[in-house]
Write a protein that binds this ligand. Structure first.
Ligand SMILES: Nc1ncnc2c1ncn2[C@@H]1O[C@H](COP(=O)(O)OP(=O)(O)O)[C@@H](O)[C@H]1O
Ligand SMILES: Cc1cn([C@H]2C[C@H](O)[C@@H](COP(=O)(O)O)O2)c(=O)[nH]c1=O
Ligand SMILES: [Zn+2]
Length: 252
């Protein structure tokens, strides 16, 4: 067996205060790792036995344009965690009822069960010590409270996997995503395929009746291919905005 880590998992209870000053207690999952490195168990006994203690919580963000595979990647990570016999709770904002109210569904039809929640703070109500991994899809739609919620979950020993759009249709940072990306231990940025030229697509084009939506249009519009397509920087158009296309049009 190479590179094997034997884990002992225990819980410490801590008391904390929420934003309203109310005390609440949460148990912190403490993982004590009894290490074997490169297949060689460390041959220390009793008091001298080497333990590497670490708290197991962290945050991972999966971002990118629409159709870049964020939901697929979230589903893949959740399924892998299940193979590792971990207990998983997945959440999505109640506003996203596109394909299903109770599942994360990717554009190619993969799905996993998810609990819709109206506000970020509601997530804690559904978490107990049995849970190892917390998945959150469409994080861009959550209120700013999602940042504290994710930080608290990670601080208390949970692995948190967050998927969301880093940019809105105007190419601007979307909701709480910049803060989530800044605080995460790991950020994966995915790209789709530009619907115009086939290059990697980092942006999402909103089309209303086939025409690019204007900069001043509302940021939130739940939808899929009827209103959106992935585009590269060059082909991303935002009339009245700062896209490459509108800059070129203004110059000519
Ligand atoms: N232009 C495109 N580029 C990449 N994938 C696309 C495109 N159009 C449709 N798809 C489909 O979208 C799937 C990704 O869906 P999904 O994981 O739901 O993406 P996201 O959550 O980032 O919107 C791809 O596997 C592919 O089947
Ligand atoms: C760009 C953009 C998107 N939305 C909406 C459209 C979809 O309902 C989701 C994104 O879903 P996906 O899993 O990434 O495909 O967000 C929006 O409301 N505003 C926007 O600017
Ligand atoms: Zn392009």
């Amino acid at each position: 067996m190479s590179g094997c880590l034997l884990a002992k998992i225990g819980y410490n209870t801590s008391t904390d205060k929420n934003k309203d000053g109310k005390s609440f207690s949460k148990s912190v999952k403490m993982r004590t790792w009894n290490a074997r490195i490169g297949g060689l168990p460390l041959r220390l006994k009793g008091e001298n036995r080497m333990f590497v203690s670490m708290q197991g919580g962290w945050a991972e963000v999966i971002c990118g344009s629409m159709f870049s595979g964020k939901s697929e990647e979230l589903i893949r990570r959740v399924r892998r965690a299940r193979f590792a016999k971990q207990s998983i709770a997945v959440f999505k904002p109640a506003i996203d009822d596109r394909y299903s109210e109770t599942a994360v569904v990717s554009h190619n039809g993969n799905e996993i069960v998810a609990l819709p929640v109206a506000r970020a703070a509601d997530i804690w109500r559904h978490i107990d010590d049995e849970v190892d991994v917390v998945g959150i899809d469409e994080a861009q739609f959550f209120d700013e409270g999602i940042v504290d919620t994710v930080a608290e979950l990670a601080n208390h020993g949970y692995r948190v996997i967050i998927a969301g759009l880093d940019q809105d249709f105007r190419g601007e940072p979307f909701g709480p995503m910049p803060k989530l990306m800044a605080m995460a231990e790991l950020v994966t940025k995915l790209q789709a395929v530009c619907a115009v030229c086939g290059s990697p697509a980092s942006r999402t084009q909103r089309l209303i009746d086939g025409k690019p939506a204007h900069y001043d249009d509302p940021v939130i519009l739940v939808g899929a291919e009827e209103a959106y397509e992935p585009r590269c920087r060059l082909h991303h158009e935002v009339p009245n905005g700062v896209s490459v296309k509108s800059r070129c049009d203004a110059e000519n």
